[in-house]
Design a binder for this molecule. Structure first.
Ligand code: HEC
Ligand code: HEC
Length: 187
């Protein structure tokens, strides 16, 4: 082998090594996006700031587009009741939505998904299911409603547990003060 050929091989392998490390670094950051995101988020918002922001959001009125698109068949459920992972599951399966077709046009779907995810419940470590499809299956909801007897749930004025407005007069505005269970109709 002459020396020209050797230099040629040597520089070719250097180029390969350099390319390899670029590929490896890109792969690593693609696999670990949370590493970068986490450090910046924790530094800026303390738990008490997060709670204050959640309180503020509770008083904000629901987005009118959300009310008109997602409030026809049931009350427009306030975004703060479900974590972002739940809204993502719901919004990517609208053609098969609890036995109904709740499809939206592409731009509306995008706008409402962003709204729901941005205003979603902060996930808690103790939530057993990270992405439930129903509010009425979440442990906080079950705890708030565990004193309501089966007989009262069978009241025909309460069509479903998901019909929040049967008991919460301002549910359609996303406001939940004290629930008032309707009286049983006279036989
Ligand atoms: C065509 C009617 C229809 C439309 C439109 C619709 N839904 Fe529903 N949705 C339903 C039905 C039916 C249920 C089941 C209700 C029940 O169990 O009583 C449901 C249940 C839900 C539940 C679970 C409630 C619970 O906790 O049990 C969520 C959350 C929900 N819908 C979100 C949405 C969102 C977000 C939109 C707008 C993108 C939407 N829905 C639009 C029919 C609809
Ligand atoms: C059968 C009537 C009934 C239905 C239906 C119902 N609730 Fe309630 N809810 C109550 C009662 C009663 C309470 C507990 C008493 C109280 O604190 O008001 C309560 C408490 C709550 C609370 C706590 C209020 C507070 O700050 O003290 C929230 C939030 C809530 N419900 C949300 C919902 C949502 C969301 C739905 C629908 C997915 C729903 N509820 C459906 C009757 C009902």
């Amino acid at each position: 082998m002459n020396s020209r050929l050797i230099t040629c091989f040597a520089s070719a392998s250097l180029v390969l090594v350099a390319l390899g490390s670029v590929v490896a670094m890109t792969w690593f950051s693609a696999q670990h996006p949370a590493l970068a995101a986490d450090t910046t988020m924790n530094a800026s918002t303390s738990p008490s700031e997060q709670r204050a922001a959640a309180k503020r959001r509770q008083r904000e009125p629901l987005l009118p587009l959300y009310v008109s698109e997602c409030g026809d068949c049931h009350v427009p459920y306030a975004p703060r009741f479900l974590p972002a992972s739940s809204w993502q599951r719901l919004m990517t399966s609208l053609p098969e939505h609890f036995g109904s077709d709740a499809s939206l046009s592409e731009p509306t779907l995008g706008e409402l998904s962003t709204y729901l995810v941005d205003n979603a419940r902060t996930p808690r470590a103790k939530d057993p299911d990270p992405a439930p499809l129903r509010i009425t299956e979440m442990s906080w909801w079950l705890r708030q409603h565990d004193e309501i007897s089966e007989r009262r749930w069978n009241n025909p004025r309460i069509p479903s547990r998901a019909a929040c407005d049967a008991c919460h007069a301002k549910a359609d505005e996303g406001r939940f003060g004290h629930g008032k269970i309707p009286r049983m109709p006279k036989p």
